[in-house]
Write a protein that binds this ligand. Structure first.
Ligand SMILES: Nc1nc2c(ncn2[C@@H]2O[C@H](COP(=O)(O)OP(=O)(O)OP(=O)(O)O)[C@@H](O)[C@H]2O)c(=O)[nH]1
Ligand SMILES: [Mg+2]
Length: 314
């Protein structure tokens, strides 16, 4: 199941302790070094939709603490920053302050927790008033937030169709996605996202079947993820015995979910065109003509057809 909501605690690193130390020998003074600052914690948007699976409920994810200072003015190492990748479409809410951070594009980045400042060792605290301070200034803690991450898809295009109509295969050809594909039905169990060369996002959702709105197959709840797309890419297999019926089955289920989906702009992708000849394609096109939709033939084995589709999706 696609994880689209998690609650976790995130924390930046604490500053390291400043050392209190004195050199050996009667004349040597304080030599305690400062600690290192705590590591910052950043979030960054990524096209991998499954990233919320990395978290366990109530987990605390922390950046590294700064290291402690030492004698001989040794300065503690700075804590490593932590970069957490979250799927684009993630909305992060601080449950206490209600601050919200949105990650809508690949590479969107924000500092969520600032690392604590380092403690000051007694070497740096020497002054004319106190040449031998026996104390250090304590470090501060790294920022901590209890957050909820909500994933809302922000796909521009949505691939829909019967199981095995070639949706995931097309997603893989058009984008950098590596969705699982196989000849059996319901290979895709949760939505996949891919990023087109023009940075537009395309979503591939599980196959729909007749009665999906009544819970048949994998149901229709996934349709919520394509509610905002500007164009539906309706996949119909060109080797189907009844392409018009295939098309109508899906439209019916869309309509059961929301009229808004039915009213969206739609294009028919006549997939697996390599499985039939020119005559066959012509026949299917004629059958689908009355639907008044742009029809594009595609095959994952025909690079030109993929190039053509990419141009249309500009
Ligand atoms: N010959 C041919 N086979 C294809 C083509 N596209 C997909 N296939 C095959 O059709 C089968 C189904 O493809 P998928 O991409 O998994 O189909 P899907 O629509 O994502 O299926 P579900 O996830 O089950 O809904 C796989 O065995 C693919 O290799 C194509 O253009 N030509
Ligand atoms: Mg699939």
């Amino acid at each position: 199941m696609l994880v689209d909501e998690v609650k976790i605690t995130i924390k930046a690193g604490n500053g390291g302790l400043g050392a209190v130390s004195f050199g050996k020998g009667a004349k040597s003074g304080p030599d305690g070094g400062n600690g290192g600052d705590g590591g910052n914690l950043y979030f960054e948007g990524s096209s991998d939709l499954t990233l919320l699976e990395q978290f366990h409920p109530d987990q605390t994810v922390s950046a590294e603490n700064g290291h402690n200072g030492g004698k001989d003015k040794m300065i503690g190492k700075r804590g490593e920053d932590l970069e957490i990748l979250v799927p684009i479409g993630s909305l992060v809410t601080d449950l206490n302050t209600k601050a919200v951070f949105a990650f809508n594009k690949v590479g969107d980045r924000a500092l969520l927790c600032k690392g604590g400042t380092a403690g000051i060792g007694n070497f740096e605290l020497r002054s004319s008033k106190n040449t031998t301070p026996k104390f250090s200034i304590p470090p501060t803690s790294g920022q901590r937030r209890k957050i909820e991450i909500n994933l809302k898809f922000i796909a521009d295009y949505g691939l829909i169709g019967l199981p095995s109509s070639g949706k995931s295969s097309l997603l893989n050809e058009l984008t950098n996605a590596k969705a699982k594909t196989a000849e059996y039905h319901f290979t895709t169990l949760s939505p996949n996202l891919g990023v087109l060369p023009n940075k537009k996002i395309i979503a591939d959702i599980p196959g729909l079947i007749e009665g999906a709105s009544q819970g048949k197959g994998l149901g229709i709840k996934f349709l919520k993820h394509i509610q905002k797309v500007s164009l539906l890419l309706h996949c119909v297999s060109s080797d189907s015995t009844d392409p018009v019926s295939d098309y109508k089955v899906i439209r019916k289920e869309l309509g059961e979910y929301s009229k808004n989906l039915l009213n969206k702009k739609e294009m028919i992708l006549l997939t697996k065109s390599d499985l039939t000849d020119e005559k066959g394609i012509k026949k299917v096109r004629t059958e689908l003509k009355n639907l008044d939709r742009k029809i594009i033939s595609t095959s994952i084995y025909d690079g030109n057809s993929i190039e053509n589709l990419l141009k249309v999706l500009q």
